[in-house]
Design a protein. Sequence first.
Length: 266
Amino acid sequence: MNTKPAATKGVTSSDAVFGAPCWVSLMTRDLRASQDFYGAVLGWRFKPARLGEEFSVALARGKPVAGIGALAKALQVAVAWTPYFAVENADETASRIRERSGTVAVGPVSFVVGRGALAADRDGAVFGIWEGQLLAGWESWRDAAPAWVRLQTRDAFEAAIFYGEILDWATGRPGCVDVEYEEDEVVLRSGGHVVARLSSGALEAAPDPTIRPRWQVHFPVPDVDACVSAALEHGGTVVHHEPGAEATLRDPDGGLFTLTTQPLPG
């Protein structure tokens, strides 16, 4: 039985850009408080999402940037910013994750416009998969890179093999994500655009969560220092700050995110 949602004119489907990061989302315990925080720090406004009343889309200057949703009370998972990767079949991808010693924590779950799941790789870095309709105008979202992701992992080359096998990277199929090795990093390109980087050096048992394996979500901003000040005024904490260049912050609910003055390095 075909569970894919009906195609919508002008909307990109996940199977057209399989393997590429297609969205970033925060699941939080207090949706309104998170909206207030990110609105104050990043100037975001919010509109309802098609996934339901517990989800919202963050807008910067009228353009979609990310999603913020409310965690179900029964879910005992950490509040975290999470990248989602487009897949052709969520059930098959979930099976591949398990077969390769990853973990599927939630789903695949069906929504009006698609199916998603929350997973973790072998080193514990959390990510999501999505089958179905993508954000309207997704290509322009990718090109503008209002949010970009970097995997901080124990071994970038080993991680590239894991993700490549579950997400069909570098298969040579039309539309697949290309993988390149640049010095000590793995660089991912979709449609000629750099969409993510994988870096080595994380420590699984590190007491500092910022250096454990994780997907880092970066938001380019015009003034990092002003955003840091606003975060402190609204209950956030600073984990790392390079004045004028970059800052890693923790929101009041515990979600880590990074601000940078630079677009995705390409």
